[in-house]
Write a protein that binds this ligand. Structure first.
Ligand code: FAD
Length: 401
């Protein structure tokens, strides 16, 4: 007889494991399993992100991203202290390098204040240079709450705790089919069938695929994979960046623009850009999955989005294929930077949820379905907010049980 779980979580990324952590923190008696198709936890978005503890300044005050960032930020710092995980509150500057970006700074500043951030300061270029001596631009915002951390380390610590509390983590288990049978959910993988009273879908780049199997209505969205590529600043020139330097973001996009990040394990990363990946887990330029690419290109939402933003898309591809174009974008923030200062870094792929109307979904999306909770959109800052998101999902589950 198969062991029956109370809750089975698909996806051992930071959201899935934080959910298991919060569930067990609330009720140590629950029988929980976490499955992942990979041979290690946190291999996808969680393992390839920028490592920034976001302050919450960017998000619409009424949205779930703002609310969860506020709560999750504090929960993350408390967890890091409890588990002795190194983090640093470095502060960051958001810089307008052109006049037309100044209104965006005002909007962000206003959101930051509404989101309860203290100590934000509008600065002129002289004041910005007291913080980052090599920065270029006109005007900026000082955000004291931003910081850096090792998110894969945080994820490992969630996993260690839940295992100590009796949860199972099974790797190399790819979920292929989900069937509701009466009050049970049967989760069929490449190896076997798991039975649980309730399943949580935290499958990131494949969350829509799994949700389609259990959500009764049309999901109204599809995940589009957008690769973010990084460079690193060579060692001898790392002095150009002290901590975190971000541009004033283009308000029509869900990403923040290429920026500089000091990493908690050392080194300075520059990026990421944002180009459509030709497969959902396409980390390299030439990674293609024809089926997945076809699905993306024929999705009406993608076509509408591409029609609207084709010019910005072409610019992103230029930056992807020509290092000189990537360097030019970075030089706006750091005029002394040269192409020779940059060495190739890694890449991450963001799961962007796009509606059929071509709009990118701005906020987290949770569907409460029969025997299943589908987490269909958990974009940045979901790593910073993971414990708060896990708390929210665990409350949904406990209410449902
Ligand atoms: C380039 C980049 C930079 C970012 N920077 C930041 C940052 O600085 N700060 C921040 O807070 N956030 C950042 N984010 C966002 C953050 O990393 C993500 O929001 C977060 O990691 C999402 O976690 P997740 O668990 O939902 O997804 P993932 O980490 O992608 O986990 C999903 C898991 O599901 C598994 N899976 C999928 N399908 C199946 C299946 N069929 N069967 C079994 N398992 C399956 C996958 O293998 C994967 O391990 C960034 C993201 C990217 C991509």
């Amino acid at each position: 007889m198969e062991k029956k779980y109370d809750i089975l979580i698909v996806g051992a990324g930071i959201v899935g494991l934080a959910t298991a952590y919060k569930l067990l923190e609330k009720n140590k008696g629950l029988k929980i399993a976490v499955l992942d198709k990979e041979d290690r936890i946190g291999k996808h978005q969680t393992g390839n992100n920028s490592g920034v503890i976001h302050s919450g300044i960017y998000y619409k005050p009424e949205g779930l991203r703002a609310k969860n960032n506020k709560e999750g930020y504090k929960m993350l710092l408390d967890f890091c202290q409890k588990e002795n995980i190194k983090y640093e509150i470095t502060g960051k500057i958001i810089v307008a390098t052109e006049k037309h970006q100044i209104p965006t700074l005002d909007i962000i500043m206003d959101r930051g204040i509404q989101n309860g951030l203290d100590g934000l300061k509008l600065m002129d270029i002289q004041q910005l240079r007291e913080i980052e001596p090599h920065v270029g631009g006109i005007k900026g915002i000082w955000v004291p709450q931003s910081g850096i951390v090792d998110f894969p380390g945080v994820t490992e610590a969630y996993a260690k705790n839940i295992k100590e509390w009796g949860a199972d983590i099974f790797l190399n288990e790819k979920v292929i089919k989900i069937e509701n049978k009466g009050s049970d959910c049967h989760i069929i993988t490449n190896n076997k069938t798991y039975i649980a009273s309730l399943m949580v879908n935290c499958a990131g780049l494949y969350s829509d695929k799994l949700a389609q199997q259990t959500h009764e209505k049309d999901l109204g969205m599809q995940i589009l994979p957008f690769r973010g590529e990084y460079f690193k600043i060579r060692k001898e020139r790392e002095y150009l960046v002290k901590n975190l330097i971000y541009p004033a973001p283009d308000p029509s996009f869900p990403w923040l623009g290429v920026h500089f990040t000091r990493m908690i394990k050392g080194g300075i990363e520059a990026g990421p850009n944002a180009v459509l990946a030709f497969r959902r887990e396409g980390y390299k330029k030439l990674d293609v999955h024809f089926g997945e690419l076809f699905e993306t290109l024929t999705y009406p939402g993608f076509r509408k989005m591409a029609t609207k933003f084709w010019r910005q898309g072409m610019d992103e591809y230029r930056r992807s294929f020509f290092k000189s174009a990537f360097t030019s974008a970075l030089q706006k923030l750091l005029p002394e930077l040269t192409e020779e200062d940059l060495v190739e870094g890694g890449a991450g792929v963001r799961a962007l949820a796009c509606g059929r109307d071509g709009a990118l979904l701005d906020d987290y999306v949770f569907h409460d379905d029969k025997n299943v909770i589908n987490v269909c959109n958990a974009p940045s800052p979901a790593a910073t907010s993971s414990l708060s998101i896990g708390n929210h999902i665990s409350d949904m589950i406990l209410k449902k049980m």
